[in-house]
Design a protein around this ligand. Structure first.
Ligand code: PGD
Length: 769
């Protein structure tokens, strides 16, 4: 029997049917609730947006390296592989010789594709480390604030993300799930590296049948699936902390909190309670005070707080809430609220972060420490918090605050990117365009002509995962999947490893980079470790050939009874947290000592410049929620059938409330313009009461498509919300991404909208002889 063509993606495992060198159909692999994102794969291998051959930007080729505002508008010239690699190697050599390795930014953030070996970032980092190192990045766009705050207040972020109480326990024990940011099903289809079994719908169904209630705080009704029958509290965006403090006020003033838990397990309960009662600032954080900020009735908050105290309650906060200015505060306030209830460490009670934000959070599978390509040691110490990329390029030599210390931005001459799309993930894209005009050279590996590829000087065509062999599995995945090559590399594409091996060869580092292994040898090497891990958890662990022929292996659900912080609760003396006090820090002496005006020593209400209560709202009266999309992963495969089916007149859909639409003469199907002082974009209107009044929702991921690629403030005609978002760190503490919110105005476009050209390749010329 012919082996099945198994494969995997960040949104699930599947088998592929190939016809004429193209994916014709995909079938989910052992998945009870497969992701609709699979619908973007057919037709994706030979789409017109594929980069066919190595190219150089004309201006860079003719005038040599140097700052240029032509990036993004210039044409490209085709090069042979040898010439492209020679030129890239020569430029790396020049930059290192003249400016040192810290002048290379190789942080290269992005989700790339599933697969442990061909992971673009580890490949690139390994290569750059082999040639002396590079300026790197820390943390992620997803959870930039959490990754810095959690170690201060809970001793580690890994516990919260890797050891979260699984959905199996929640379904059995939780009576009341208070979900700040909801539990959006769309996000749970995805996890980095793979997500072989999608189960949220099933768990919510089991919990509902048992009687679990959900209190859902979000400006968007459909952040919880309707079948879960959640009670929707449609709060003003960015007012969650006010609600949490209002609930805390009820618990404290009605004696419903747990002083014994605070004393035994927490540091700083007294300071937090004093703040809630307004003892220092004279502002008691009453439910009435919270109502003013959030629009949620004080009486509803009072009733909810009493229910929380009377039930087994889990307080959870989504990743999206911390992706905002002062994003540390909702996380810390939710933890403080859960601590007041005293249920942390009990089955189905306590605190969670990211249920509904990432598919693997709350997985009952064993969180195996899966191997990846070793990156080696980076000899350069300079780094940036990942979302400070535009500051890095625009402000060389200037200092920035981060987590209690002051650092300096190095002078970057060469930007090297593989497996990410900053024109998707970064904020204030007009500013990013200016920043990318500054370095001498920008090198990008991409399978597709994304906006980042268009802004490069040298573009290397990369394979997609379906053009190579790999092993796929996520962080707490239900399966290890053989990702089999379905077609030969399309056009002139090469995989990231081959491209970098070619460069390493030219720079005298090939052996260090490849260790003499080819793809097959690397896969066998990585699999040997996987086999040990599987054997340790008592799972079937055949040899490599047998695994490859079977196509996938199941990972057992060995952690379906796990409870976050149960060991700490049972014996805080012997199982202390890794915080300075060994306890949960509701007040952090360390953070207080940093004396940051935007992150005090305990959770606090700090107003965002981009919320409806700010003075800016007089000019831009609508709150934009720029959340992650439902019809693709980030910007990946935006040209795919499933993503395209959701567009309105070819633009990204923007949802708005009937009252706001009527006030502006807007109907469903209209093309509208969203704008503020940072830029504007067009989008296709959908009028619905699934969003609260004064809120518009436009997801990220539409490929940036400027009407005038040379304009200072370009309009994206396709609907990328990151032209509107503000490029500012969450706070001096963590400097995370704050892209989730922006204030905007919206109008109906009276004229005929310009065409969307995002999926047309740029001008590519043959070499002048
Ligand atoms: P992707 O679209 O996944 O976005 O940002 P990210 O940059 O990860 O980009 C991955 C790119 O890698 C794609 O262009 C794909 O074609 C390419 N690629 C795939 N496989 C390969 C390969 O094998 N080799 C090479 N060379 N390339 C490959 C995601 C980021 O956006 C994240 S994680 C979050 S959570 C943020 N969320 C928000 C938000 O909520 N709101 C706003 N406004 N902005 C955000 N940005 C962030």
């Amino acid at each position: 029997m012919r082996d099945e063509l198994t494969h995997s993606s960040h949104w699930g495992g599947f088998t592929v049917r190939v016809r004429d060198g193209e994916i014709d159909a995909v079938q989910p692999l052992h998945d009870p609730d497969p992701s609709p994102l699979l619908g973007n794969l057919p037709g994706s291998l030979r789409h017109a947006t594929r980069v066919a051959r190595p190219v150089a930007r004309r201006g860079w080729l003719e005038r040599g390296p140097g700052p240029s505002r032509d990036r993004g508008s210039d044409s490209f010239v085709e090069l042979s592989w040898d010439e492209a690699l020679d030129r890239a190697a020569a430029e790396l050599r020049r930059v290192i010789a003249e400016h040192g390795n810290s002048a290379i930014y190789g942080g290269s953030y992005g989700w790339a594709s599933a697969g442990m070996f061909h992971q673009s970032q580890s490949q690139l980092h390994r290569f750059l480390n082999c040639i002396g190192g590079f300026t790197s990045h820390r943390n992620s766009y997803s959870i930039g604030a959490s990754l810095v705050l959690l170690p201060h207040v809970l001793g580690s972020s890994a516990a919260v993300f890797r050891r979260a109480t699984p959905w199996t326990v929640i379904a059995k024990h939780t009576d009341l799930l208070v979900a700040f940011g909801g539990l959006p099903l769309k996000n749970t289809f995805v996890a980095p590296g793979g997500m072989a079994r999608h189960g949220l719908r099933g768990h919510l169904e089991a919990a509902r049948k048992r009687g679990m209630r959900i209190a859902h705080f979000s400006p968007l009704r459909d952040d919880v699936v309707p079948e879960a029958e959640a009670r929707w509290y449609p709060l003003v965006p960015l007012s969650d902390v006010a609600v949490m403090l209002g609930l805390a006020h009820v618990l404290v003033t009605e004696g419903l909190h747990d002083p014994v838990f605070l004393e035994r397990y927490c540091e700083g309960g007294k300071q937090f309670i004093a703040y809630v009662l307004g003892e220092r600032d004279g502002v008691a954080k009453t439910p009435e005070w919270a109502e003013q900020k959030s629009g949620i009735a004080a009486n509803d908050l009072r009733l909810l707080a009493r229910q929380m105290a009377a039930s087994r309650t889990l307080v959870t906060v989504s990743y999206s809430l911390q992706r905002a200015q002062h994003g540390e505060q909702p996380l810390w306030a939710a933890l403080s609220l859960a601590a007041l209830l005293g249920q942390i460490g009990l089955p189905g009670g306590g605190f969670g972060h990211g249920y509904g934000s990432m598919g693997d959070l709350g997985s009952p599978s064993a969180p195996l420490p899966l191997p990846s390509l070793p990156e080696g040691r980076n000899a350069v110490r300079a780094f940036i918090p990942v979302a400070r990329i535009a500051d890095l390029l625009l402000r060389p030599g200037e200092s920035f605050d981060y987590n209690g210390a002051s650092h300096r931005y190095p002078d970057i001459r060469l930007v090297y990117w593989a497996g990410g799309n900053p024109f998707h993930h970064h904020q204030d894209l007009n500013r990013l365009r200016r920043a990318l005009g500054r370095p001498d050279t920008v090198i990008v590996h991409e399978p597709y002509w994304t906006p980042m590829a268009r802004h490069a000087d040298l573009v290397f065509p990369a394979t997609t995962s379906l053009e190579r062999n790999d092993i796929g599995s996520g962080r707490a995945d239900a399966r290890i999947i053989a990702m089999k090559r379905a077609v030969a590399p399309v056009g002139g594409a090469r995989n990231d490893h081959e491209i970098l091996a070619g460069l390493a060869e030219r720079l005298g580092a090939r052996d260090a980079f490849t260790e003499g292994r080819d793809e097959r040898a690397w896969l066998e090497h990585l699999y040997a470790r996987i086999r040990e891990l599987l054997a340790d958890v008592g799972a079937d662990a055949p040899d490599f050939d047998e695994f490859w022929s079977r196509g996938s292996l199941a990972v057992p659900d060995s952690e379906s009874e796990r409870v976050l912080f149960s060991a700490f609760r049972a014996d805080p003396g012997h199982e202390p947290l890794k915080t300075p006090s060994g306890k949960i820090e509701l007040f952090s002496e360390t953070i207080a000592r940093f004396r940051y005006d935007d992150c005090p020593g305990h959770a606090a209400w700090l107003e965002s410049d981009e919320w409806l209560g700010s003075p800016r709202a007089a000019r831009f009266p609508l709150a934009l929620v720029a959340n992650n999309p439902a019809t693709r992963l980030h910007s990946q495969l935006d040209a795919g059938a499933y993503s395209q089916a959701a567009k309105v007149r070819g633009r990204e859909p923007v949802r708005m409330h009937p009252s706001d639409a009527a006030a502006r003469g807007i109907s469903t199907g209209d093309v509208v313009r969203l704008w503020n002082d940072r830029g504007s974009c067009l989008a296709g209107a959908i009028v619905t009461d699934d969003v609260r009044p004064r809120v518009v929702q436009l997801s990220t991921g539409a490929w940036f498509d400027p009407d005038d690629s040379r304009a200072e403030l370009a309009t994206c005609v396709h609907g990328n919300p990151n032209v509107l978002t503000r490029d500012v760190g969450t706070s001096k503490l963590s400097q995370g991404c704050s892209g989730q919110h922006a204030l905007v105005e919206v109008e109906r476009l009276a004229a005929d909208p310009p065409p969307v050209r995002a999926f047309e390749p740029p001008r590519i010329e043959k070499r002048k002889t």
